[in-house]
Design a protein around this ligand. Structure first.
Ligand SMILES: Cc1cc2nc3c(=O)[nH]c(=O)nc-3n(C[C@H](O)[C@H](O)[C@H](O)COP(=O)(O)O)c2cc1C
Length: 205
């Protein structure tokens, strides 16, 4: 057997890890998050399968920012919310299909729901049901720290907004929950993959 044949055989026998990546309807740092997402997919392709789950609002926002087609073209495993239990991501998480659930970006809406235990959308339901089944949840809230921000509109113009105290407090509430990990910026997502799968990363990516 050649080295290539051995490598192919190894890939066939090693069971790939799976991660559920939820995207909510947030325009803020959306393009930056998708760049990190594509980079991670490339780097961990042989070891980790990324399953993408969009909230209904995420589908709209991605189209508004003209990023939908690019995401669709880069990820085969791709679903859009119909209701809280369809696709049944919550069930897949509870039955151990995924290593963890990541929601990035996470809107103030989804963060608020999870913070108080409301599970009436696909991704808030997925997060709460995952936690009930001891499955870790990582989130990158758009509203992380109280204060002014400038977000980029689809035409690249800046829009001044403020992160409300109440929304930042919800993010803090999540950070205090068992098995919940709150991330500040897209680059932190790459660190999560490094930490969770570092021994499996390609030697020569
Ligand atoms: C173009 C566009 C951009 C948006 N950007 C954000 C955002 O950056 N952060 C946020 O919290 N909500 C944002 N929203 C509002 C959310 O999409 C809205 O609250 C929605 O109900 C969230 O649903 P979801 O949490 O289920 O995705 C945006 C909406 C639109 C149309």
């Amino acid at each position: 057997m050649t080295v290539d044949m051995l490598e192919t055989k190894r890939k066939e026998t090693v069971k790939q890890k799976k991660v559920a990546w939820g995207i909510t309807g947030a325009g803020d740092r959306l393009a930056e998050t998708l760049d990190v997402m594509k980079q991670i997919e490339k780097e961990y392709r042989d070891k980790v399968e990324i399953y993408v789950y969009l909230s209904k609002a995420a589908e709209q926002v991605l189209k508004y920012y003209r990023l939908y087609d690019d995401l669709r073209a880069n990820f085969d495993r791709f679903w859009v919310e119909i209701n809280a239990n369809s696709p049944f991501l919550a069930g897949l998480l509870q039955t151990g299909k995924f290593e963890f659930l990541l929601i990035a970006p996470a809107t103030s809406n989804t963060v608020a729901k999870i913070a108080v235990g409301i599970s009436d959308t696909m991704l808030s339901n997925a997060a709460i049901m995952a936690l009930k089944a001891f499955v870790p949840v990582y989130l990158m809230p758009t509203d992380y720290k109280e204060g002014p921000i400038t977000t980029k509109l689809p035409d690249k113009k800046g829009l001044k907004l403020r992160i409300r105290k109440e929304d930042a407090e919800n993010a803090k509430k999540l950070a205090a929950m068992k098995d919940v990990f709150v991330l500040e910026k897209p680059e932190d997502i790459a660190q999560v993959f490094k930490m969770r799968f570092k021994w499996e990363a390609k030697i020569n990516p």
